[in-house]
Design a protein around this ligand. Structure first.
Ligand code: ATP
Length: 469
């Protein structure tokens, strides 16, 4: 579709390509298999962004909705200096828009295509890649499609990992604790993935990082052959040859990474201690995973704006704190997304298992907060922390994965209409689902207007009139 046509579809009345009154759409930046990426400008902040436009028809045809939902969830989980930042997700009935940080330096692939990289340049990119992917793994995310085409460069020449469409979360592991979906790009894929017996996504990512490092230093692929079967045969045996210019120290590291048996393959922690890796002063320190619920959640709220949700309810990196005396506003798009069974994008933002964890209420914010405190006590939960429109609760009993901890947050959607959203902070997901369905629902029934997913024509009509175009 031509850019002009797209713009007209976005905002028929406007001569400019304006998206949701907030972004001006510009030139085409790149084409993916299922998406077009355009330059955009935030009309309020003037910030330059990249807007990935996915046509929902393609998703229906290709059965890609799950991958897109996953990509959104994962990009929220993995905010890191060397990972492309997802700022906001918006949608119309026909299209989904990912508003991302605009990365201006192009794909690292183009640089590598021109020829091998100098060893210190390769090291810098590899350090940044390891830092980003090690962080993903600490969050339970494996990327599963690492290759120079998915590594972008920013204006400072720093690496940014992109394209999390094939990534996996812990819930995608089978009962054997392994992943079983075959994915990736033949030349970069780990042998255990090809063996179809289940694999550890993190170990497979480490293999792909090893192939990427080889490509950086050699300027060509280690396992490429004239057809895919011969390529796979080489991958199965880790059969490759170093060009003469690769240093001894770099070879030693690559040899430890490209090990066929994933159990014997080097870990990221060991890679980070490797002498070749440690050279140079640019190595980005790994970002740790928080431990305690109370501290962590507070820190997380500050650092990434409560997993990327701004007070306005849209997804953003805003670090704005509560300041007004009324609850944060939940925008109409998000409410339609979450509450409508006809146009349900709620799964894109949240784990599917959280269904039924959001309700609307016509009670006042203070009455809802008071009710939550009383119900917490009755359900044997203690209040861990309380802000104006958010309360964090922790069960007193040990569960399968420790004590269950949840938060309940209020958003205003219209005068006298509040949305209350429960999220799991810690503990077992099944116990959380049971808690929502069997304990919270009956306990709150006198303040609930409607639960998420329960159709309510009046409510939807009301919401549609709020502010979406
Ligand atoms: P794939 O088919 O590889 O899964 P996709 O459909 O998910 O791709 P992307 O790979 O994410 O689409 O994007 C397509 C192209 O758009 C990229 O190759 C890149 O050139 C450009 N691009 C993507 N994200 C950005 C960004 N944040 N800033 C600048 N350019 C970008």
């Amino acid at each position: 579709m031509q850019e002009q046509e797209l713009g007209q579809q976005l905002c028929p009345k406007s001569p400019r390509n304006i998206l949701f009154d907030k972004y001006e759409m510009g030139r085409l930046l790149g084409l993916g298999t299922f998406a077009k990426v355009y330059h955009g400008r935030n009309l309020i902040t003037n910030e330059s962004v990249a807007i990935k436009v996915i046509n929902k028809d393609h998703i229906k045809n290709e059965g890609l909705m799950e991958q897109i939902q996953r990509e959104i969830c994962i990009m929220h989980l993995v905010r890191h200096p060397h990972i492309v930042e997802l700022k906001e997700v918006m949608a119309t009935k026909t299209k989904i828009f990912f508003v991302m940080e605009h990365v201006t330096g192009g794909e690292l692939f183009n640089k590598v295509f021109e020829g091998k990289l100098k060893e210190d340049v390769a090291r810098k990119y590899f350090q940044q890649l390891v830092s980003a992917i090690e962080f993903c793994h600490s969050r339970g995310v494996s990327h599963r499609d690492l290759k120079p085409e998915n590594l972008l460069l920013d204006k400072n020449g720093d690496l940014k990992v992109s394209d999390f469409r094939l990534s996996a979360l812990p819930e995608h592991h089978w009962s054997d604790g392994m992943l079983h979906t075959q994915c990736g790009t033949p030349a970069y894929v780990a042998p255990e993935i090809l063996r179809k017996k289940g694999y550890d996504g993190a170990k497979a990512d480490i293999w792909s990082c090893g192939v990427v490092l080889f490509v950086f230093l050699a300027g060509y692929l280690p396992f490429l052959d004239e057809n895919v079967m011969r390529t796979y045969t080489k991958v199965f045996k880790a059969e490759y040859e170093f060009p003469p210019w690769i240093s001894g120290e770099a070879r030693l590291l690559i040899k430890k990474v490209l090990v066929v048996d994933p159990e014997k393959r080097i870990s990221f922690q060991e890679i980070m201690r490797d002498p070749w890796f440690q050279k140079g002063s640019n190595f980005p320190r790994p970002i740790g995973v928080p431990n305690s619920i109370e501290n962590d959640q507070n820190k997380k709220d500050d650092r990434i704006g409560n997993l990327g949700r701004s007070r306005s309810g849209s997804i953003t990196t805003s670090t704005t704190k509560y300041s007004s005396s009324s609850p944060p506003f939940f925008n109409a798009f998000e409410l339609i997304s979450s509450m409508s069974s006809g146009f349900d994008l709620s799964n894109m933002f949240e784990d599917k298992r959280k269904s039924g964890s959001m309700f609307t209420s016509k009670c006042s914010a203070s009455a809802i907060m008071a009710k939550l405190r009383v119900v917490a006590e009755r359900l044997n939960f203690r209040v861990v922390s309380e802000k104006e429109f958010k309360v964090k609760l922790q069960g007193k009993k040990e569960g399968r994965k420790g004590k269950l901890a949840v938060s309940a947050e209020l958003f205003q959607v219209a005068t006298e209409v509040e949305v209350v959203k429960f999220s799991k902070l810690a503990g077992d997901t099944l116990e959380y689902t049971k808690f929502c369905e069997e304990d919270v629902r009956p306990a709150l029934k006198d303040i609930v207007w409607t639960w998420q997913g329960e159709e309510n024509e009046c409510e939807l009509n009301k919401v549609e009139n709020l502010n979406c175009y």
